[in-house]
Design a protein around this ligand. Structure first.
Ligand code: XMP
Length: 513
């Protein structure tokens, strides 16, 4: 394991992902973790991440000098680099020149980190303070115009540091630099998808034991599907999956779960067709938050009923509940130590008070892209593995107005056409997601054939995004938009107008409700 010590910037997760891309397992630990505890984990190497503080700031996290004498190879990045320099007797100073963004770097000595790499390269910088003098015994290997000590190393002690961010893609040879560190630290590239899946299966087997039973809620999304497939491999029929079909999924998605997923994994599945119940509860409701609350509440009720039925039917106790918690959730909730971290997300259901479960979270160490690759490894249907983000409340929050069965049918058809054409145009990876929205309470005049129509508009909302926190409207080629528009107005009788949403987020959210 390579431990990434998180000094509180957003870069730690990125570093861990890059290390894993080099096929070396990596975990993130908080900078408050005592040195003894860090070392007790027997890391092969340690990476000190960047951070927002100045090493001179009050309460700035420090790195005790003893860590550097422990014999574990250490790579300091940005703040971690400065903390290393300071702890070992170098000096860090405010040069008055901050560097942000792409910066030319001059390699003066190839050493270990830059072996075989060009002498001139572009790196990504983000810092105010700089290392003014390297600690004794270190070789300075690179500089920039504003930063005389932009990289340093003491290979015989296993210590390396760079001021720039090798984990950021704008750093031309960032991954190569990281790889050279990992190689020098003796980290072998053994972390492959097959190993990841096998490890996860083995861990679940240990947790649940030879007799234990588990329940898992499937949502149609990739996380719960991969989690369930892993647990199925581990314990077979002692896992029961529950799929609550709330009738608000897109065309073909319920079949994907009921048929394709079951065929691919052999999972034991109970399907609850609860569409009527959800529609009844949603009758007359137009407020988006009210819709969400109702759907969440109904979901938990149905799921609890199923749990009780499964427990009643089982000849042995059902002690485990499977959840698709991902590594970023674990890191962000300050976990990583195995504390229960229950998402209140209605997709998986809250834990009912009178039912006590131990959580099984086979994706706790995985990033989203790893979950997808694990899904491929497990042979899940590609449409499920590569599904773009889709909200738990489903199409209910894409009908502006009351949700009815007829309106859902209209939206489902229009959405299926838009998805099909976007896929056909090869835009699935480029586009983060494309909500298709029915303005159910709006009508406009049209002419179709020789007849005047009075139909509803459909809104296309294709966006690009990194994390859904911000987004931009996607520049979908006109001919693709034209095909979508023509097909929807031809094939979906109730729709006579297709409009494009060209708002970024902020100010608009991705969904319309
Ligand atoms: P907004 O509309 O807030 O959406 O820009 C950001 C991301 O979250 C998804 N989303 C939801 N997901 N339950 C969910 O599980 C919800 O109630 C919900 N609302 C929005 C949305 O699709 C986008 O990916």
């Amino acid at each position: 394991t390579v431990l990434v010590v998180d000094f509180g910037a957003q870069y730690a997760q990125l570093i861990a992902r890059r290390v894993r891309e080099c096929h070396v397992y990596s975990e993130i630990v908080p900078s408050t973790m005592p040195v003894s505890e860090l070392l007790a984990r027997r890391p092969k190497a340690i990476i000190l991440s960047g951070g927002p503080s100045s090493v001179y700031a009050e309460g700035a996290p420090r790195v005790p000098a003893e860590l550097f004498a422990a014999g574990v190879p250490i790579f300091g990045i940005c703040y971690g680099f400065q903390a290393m320099a300071q702890a070992l007797g170098g000096t860090v100073a405010k040069t008055g020149v901050a560097e942000f963004g792409r910066t030319p770097l001059r390699v003066t000595t190839e050493g270990v980190l830059f072996a075989g790499l060009p002498a001139e390269q572009t790196v990504w910088m983000s810092h105010g303070d700089s290392v003014a003098t390297a600690p004794e015994g270190f070789t300075v290997t690179a500089s920039t115009e504003a930063t005389p000590v932009a990289a340093m190393e003491a290979p015989e002690r296993g210590l390396y540091g760079v001021q720039f961010h090798p984990e950021v893609l704008h750093t031309e040879h960032g991954t190569a630099v990281l790889k050279r560190f990992l190689d020098a630290a003796g980290c072998r590239p053994t972390w492959t998808m097959l190993n990841i899946v096998e490890d996860a299966v083995e861990k679940v087997r240990e947790t649940i034991g030879p007799k234990g039973r588990a329940i898992c809620g499937l949502s149609g999304g990739v996380d719960s599907a991969v989690a369930a497939a892993i647990v199925q491999r581990a314990i077979g029929d002692r896992l029961t999956c529950v799929f609550v079909d709330h009738g608000l999924l897109r065309k073909g998605e319920a079949e994907q779960v009921e048929r394709d997923f079951v065929a691919a994994t052999g999972v034991k599945l109970r399907v609850v067709d609860a569409a009527d119940r959800f529609l009844k509860a949603l009758a007359g409701v137009t407020d988006p938050e009210a819709k969400r609350k109702i759907i969440g509440r109904e979901f938990i009720r149905v799921f609890e009923d199923e749990q009780r039925a499964i427990i009643a039917a089982a000849d042995a106790p059902v002690d485990f509940l499977v959840q698709g918690t991902l590594y970023p959730d674990v890191v962000e909730s300050g976990g990583g130590t195995g504390t229960a971290n229950i998402k209140s997300h209605h997709n998986v259901g809250g834990l009912p008070d009178d039912l006590k479960f131990t959580l099984v979270e086979p994706l706790r160490t995985m990033f989203k892209d790893e979950v997808r690759r694990a899904g491929e490894e497990l042979g899940l249907p590609p449409a499920m593995v590569w599904r773009q983000p889709f909200p738990g409340p489903g199409l209910a929050i894409r009908i502006v107005g009351e949700v009815t069965r007829e309106r859902l049918d209209i939206l489902r058809e229009a959405d299926a056409i838009a998805r099909e054409e976007l896929s056909r145009a090869g835009l699935d990876r480029e586009i983060w997601q494309c909500p298709v929205v029915l303005l159910a309470d709006v009508r406009s005049v049209g002419v179709q054939g020789d007849e005047r129509t009075y139909g509803h508009p459909i809104v296309l909302r294709p966006v690009t995004s990194e994390d859904a926190m911000t987004a931009d409207w996607a520049r979908v080629p006109y001919d693709v938009l034209e095909r979508i528009s023509t097909r929807i107005t031809n094939e979906v009788r109730e729709v006579n107008r297709v409009v494009l949403d060209v708002t970024s987020k902020p100010p608009g959210t991705i969904e319309w409700e």
